[in-house]
Write a protein that binds this ligand. Structure first.
Ligand SMILES: Cc1cc2nc3c(=O)[nH]c(=O)nc-3n(C[C@H](O)[C@H](O)[C@H](O)COP(=O)(O)OP(=O)(O)OC[C@H]3O[C@@H](n4cnc5c(N)ncnc54)[C@H](O)[C@@H]3O)c2cc1C
Length: 304
């Protein structure tokens, strides 16, 4: 009999992609929610067959409920799907470790073949796509994909929430960074190391405002330079996006980055180097200095 699929939800309900992938498999779609009642209610109306809810103590970090998550999936092993948020990754990791299941990231497609699961995923740093067939439990890490469409709600089964000992929140400070919503954005500007200084991000912000676009980036800008948050970098180890328009500015277009933008309908590149791989990947390329082209585009779009 085909195994059921568990979706691990931690703290936030932006798991549309996870549910869509699970629905493409055979068997029941079960959501294991560690979060507030609002999150559980949203997931219950999101097209799943069953919701198991762990109501966390607000003064205990969600990650501390790993043992509860482990005991739930242990009773019904199958396919586990988790998102990329920090708490989701911890709870998902605990669950797959319990089952001794292999984990795949960079997943581009998942299908059922009888009782087996066939997964296509990026391998060797994105240089190749590999197809694997798994006969037992398996873990898949995918982008959340934003809020699911509301539908008819299923019942929620609340279970006892048992947290690990001795972990309590003793302070909180709000981040001033705006949270990036790259997965559901219709237009994304991806900025790369062609930008010379952090202050020059102002140019990209003005263009993003004129274009009504979200700002994403290459990995070096988020990890290393730390000019933008880690939730903004796109690629094999970052976000996978599928906007109508992806505008790459000063991005060379290495395979690891391109892997995250293949879902875009239209790719436009601004790069001073006509031989940059991004130029070959793009549907349209503007060859030239971004310090001239970006302000010119902003002016044109703003009617200045
Ligand atoms: C295991 C692994 C995983 C990785 N995962 C990711 C990932 O998920 N996402 C990711 O992005 N990277 C990832 N990388 C890094 C990746 O290999 C590249 O190093 C990175 O994407 C390059 O970033 P960049 O395009 O910003 O910089 P660069 O490669 O330095 O490119 C800068 C570009 O800007 C252009 N430029 C310079 N000045 C101007 C100007 N004035 N006007 C216009 N254009 C200009 C240059 O011609 C160049 O093409 C990973 C690497 C490894 C090894």
């Amino acid at each position: 009999m085909a195994a059921d699929t568990w979706i691990i939800v931690a703290g936030q309900p932006g798991v549309k992609n996870l549910i869509e992938i699970a629905r493409g498999l055979t068997g029941q779609v079960r959501a294991l929610v560690v979060g507030t009642e609002d999150v559980a209610d949203t997931i219950a109306a999101a097209g799943v067959d069953e919701v198991v809810w762990v109501r966390p103590d607000p003064d205990i970090p969600l990650e501390a409920y790993a043992t509860t998550v482990q005991s739930v999936v242990q009773d019904n092993p199958g396919v586990l799907i988790g998102g990329r948020n920090p708490a989701e990754r911890v709870l998902f990791g605990a669950a797959v470790a319990t089952l001794g299941a292999p984990v795949f990231t960079g997943v581009s497609s998942v299908a059922a073949d009888g009782d087996d699961v066939v997964v296509k995923h990026a391998a060797f740093g994105g240089i190749t796509e590999q197809t694997v067939v798994i006969s037992g439990p398996v873990g898949l890490v995918v982008d959340g994909g934003g809020l699911p469409e509301p539908g008819i709600a299923v019942a929620i089964e609340e279970i006892a929430a048992e947290a690990m000992n001795d972990v309590r929140v003793v302070g909180r400070s709000e981040s001033t960074d705006e949270h990036a919503d790259l997965a559901s954005a219709a237009r994304v500007i991806g900025v790369g190391r062609g930008l010379k200084k952090e202050e020059d991000l102002a140019l990209i912000e003005e263009l993003a405002q004129a274009l009504k676009a979200e700002i994403g980036c290459t990995r070096p800008l988020a990890e290393g330079l730390d000019w933008l948050g880690r939730d903004r970098y796109i690629g094999i180890s970052g976000a996978h996006i599928a906007p109508k328009l992806y505008l790459a500015v000063g991005v060379s277009g290495q395979l690891q980055h391109i892997d995250g933008v293949r879902g875009a309908d239209l790719i436009v590149s601004i790069n001073s180097d006509p031989r940059a791989p991004m130029t070959a990947e793009a549907d349209y390329s503007l060859i030239g200095d971004l310090y001239k082209l970006v302000p010119a585009l902003t002016s044109a779009l703003s009617g200045r």
